[in-house]
Design a protein around this ligand. Structure first.
Ligand code: ADP
Length: 305
């Protein structure tokens, strides 16, 4: 089996404005600060895996604007194979305008832009290269028909799929994705997909078991500061969190998925790969930023919480 990872998914540019307060409609207000960052769930997961030394290819659509080229360069700088990163003619890049007030509260807009143009035809155009991958990683920031098409294709090719059903989307048809090798929601996504409460470990376990009853094989629920839950027909295992002083948890889920994919494709078995994922995500929450908080392999090797 090839160790290459193919990420079919989104990219975004985070536009982070620190504000004193939100302007009212019609009002113009000065704000104290602004910064940009590369994001998007697909790109974040690809970058995390590549920084850990995995061989990663990304299939995504960037904007026909100022940001498109930078997004592609950023992926390339991080060691991601960008031959299937293509421009969506006439479309803006995906962006996330984020507003952070003095209390640290945030308000976020997601403009999917070029991500909405990632089509089944793009997956077909990349299929001869995707066929060299041992694992395909998907999220839900691109059209659902592209997600379903990729899963159908991977099934025919016999390639394993990891589906991170994020952001939470009530339109996801579980019957069309139930045979993925790994289904990895967080508590919010699991609650939405099952209609159950998932606050406690017990509740999350019961909800994940509903997914098993619908035919899923391996469900991994990320539980924020409570670690993660591995639920399979063989049983339930709680992977404890790695105790750290959390500073910024944005991107923790992406760090977890990228690190799991990298370690699993690097040859670790399921449980050790999940334990490495909890360690990598814990390191990421001790630092600010999303991709900025993702460590490289050498740095991660030295992480001893
Ligand atoms: P998401 O970012 O999708 O909401 P979670 O919040 O569930 O994902 O976090 C993903 C993983 O990151 C968790 O399973 C856990 O391993 C790790 N993590 C998140 N928050 C913390 C924390 N405060 N302390 C230690 N690990 C954390």
């Amino acid at each position: 089996m090839s160790g290459m990872i193919g990420v079919v998914g989104s990219n975004m540019v985070d536009l982070v404005t620190t504000i004193g307060r939100m302007p009212a409609w019609g009002e113009t207000l000065e704000a104290p600060g602004f910064a940009m960052g590369f994001g998007g769930k697909g790109a974040n997961q690809a970058v995390a895996a590549a920084r850990l030394g995995a061989s990663v290819m990304m299939v995504t659509r960037v904007g026909d604007d100022l940001f498109g080229g930078d997004v592609k360069n950023n992926l390339e700088r991080n060691g991601v194979d960008v031959r299937h990163v293509r421009t969506a003619p006439g479309a803006a890049n995906g962006v996330a305008p984020i507003f952070i007030d003095p209390n640290g509260e945030n308000a976020i807009l997601i403009v999917k832009g070029a991500n909405d143009h990632l089509s089944p035809a793009d997956v077909d155009a990349a299929s001869s290269d995707l066929a060299r991958c041992g694992l395909i990683v998907l999220q839900l920031e691109v059209p659902l028909e592209t997600v379903y098409h990729t899963i159908d294709w991977a099934r025919r090719e016999g390639i394993s799929v990891l589906l991170n059903p994020a952001p939470a989307n009530p339109d996801l048809d579980l019957d069309r994705v139930k045979d993925v090798a790994f289904f990895m929601p967080n508590q919010t996504e699991l609650a939405l997909l099952t209609g159950r409460e998932t606050e406690t470990v017990e509740q999350a376990t019961e909800a994940a078991q509903l997914l098993l009853a619908r035919g899923m094989g391996t469900v991994v629920v990320t539980l924020g500061g409570d670690g993660a839950l591995l639920v399979t027909p063989d049983g339930v295992e709680h992977l404890p969190p790695v105790r750290v002083q959390a500073r910024d948890t944005s991107g923790a889920g992406d760090a977890f998925i990228g690190a799991f994919a990298a370690h699993f494709m690097g040859g670790l078995a399921l449980r050790p790969a999940l334990r490495e994922a909890t360690r990598y995500a814990a390191l990421s929450v001790t630092r600010s930023g999303t991709q900025a908080s993702f460590a490289g392999a050498a740095e991660f090797a030295g992480f001893d919480p």
